[in-house]
Design a protein around this ligand. Structure first.
Ligand code: AMP
Length: 278
């Protein structure tokens, strides 16, 4: 597996592929890959001639006091997973390669980024939009793959690609879960045994909300109330938010009639986990 660390080395490789008329897929990640990431890579491999996986813990999407320094990293393990999944190369730059020391240009978005994760992490989506724009310019893929696990991020990227006229198809991929329902996440490695068990409350509570809707409850406030009290029944869990929103606009829904996204962020001990269900 080729691990490319600089933009100057990556660009000619992709340009040569394009010259041959090959279709290029991009899978942006922060590394420490798991089956969720792998499902995106496998999908990209099945739909493109060449696949680039970016593996970069992007500092601009972390706020002060967040886990930038402790975020798990293992490029050798990631390279093996990418190889297995059939990717063609990994782009693994250092922060200095991606950001000039006097960088002063960012991509920001109103609206969609203000609620849900944007409330607790007010600069997060500016960092995400900035790094994804940069990756789109550097790799110039035909398609880019993102997980529904980060539902708000997926909606934000779709909107950004539309608003900024990126000629890139944004492909959303389903959430991959552990056998017991926990959504896979690189941050699950922070959980101790008791927290790992407690973390099941996210998926269980979301399923409770989904069942309520399926049984005819349409009042979003009632559904949210039930989900929050279910999460709070777990002593190690602390709710950051539970929201029921339109999956494209991230606007709150009062009465659930159409497709709705129930999204939650919950602290399990010190670890903040997110999950959602459509
Ligand atoms: P991350 O490395 O956490 O930034 O994630 C990189 C990409 O993988 C994002 O598009 C995520 O939404 C996606 N992803 C992360 N976890 C999962 C999962 N459990 N299932 C599907 N996609 C995921």
């Amino acid at each position: 597996m080729q691990v490319i660390k600089t933009i100057d080395k990556l660009r000619p490789i992709v340009k040569a592929w394009k010259k041959e008329g090959l279709r290029v897929g991009l899978v942006p990640t922060m590394g420490y890959l798991h089956e969720g990431h792998k499902s995106l890579i496998v999908r990209a491999v099945s739909e493109n001639d060449k696949v680039v996986v970016s593996d970069f813990v992007n500092p601009t999407q972390f706020g002060a006091g967040e886990d930038l320094a402790s975020y798990p990293r293992d490029i050798d393990r990631d390279a093996a997973i990418c190889e297995q999944a059939g990717a063609d190369l990994i782009f693994h730059p250092e922060p200095e390669e991606m950001y000039f020391t006097d960088n002063c240009t960012f991509v920001d978005m109103d609206g969609l980024t203000k609620g849900l994760c944007g409330k607790t992490r007010p600069t997060h989506f500016r960092g995400v939009c900035t790094v994804v724009s940069k990756l789109f310019h550097i790799v110039a893929p035909d398609r880019a793959y993102f997980g529904q696990k980060d539902a708000q991020q997926l909606a934000v990227i779709r909107r950004m690609a539309r608003d900024l006229n990126f000629d890139i198809e944004i492909v959303g991929c389903p959430i991959v879960r552990e056998a017991d329902g926990l959504a896979m996440s690189s941050r699950n490695t922070y959980l101790n045994d008791a927290e790992r068990k407690a973390a099941l409350i996210l998926h269980k509570s979301l399923m409770l909300g989904k069942e309520m809707i399926e049984q005819g409850e349409h009042d979003a406030s009632q559904i949210k109330k039930a989900i929050i009290s279910n999460i709070e029944s777990e002593p190690l869990a602390k709710v950051d938010y539970v929201e029921i929103v339109n999956p494209d606009t991230m606007e709150n829904i009062d009465t659930v009639e159409d497709l709705a996204l129930i999204a939650t962020a919950v602290y399990i001990g010190k670890t903040r986990l997110i999950d959602n269900v459509m």
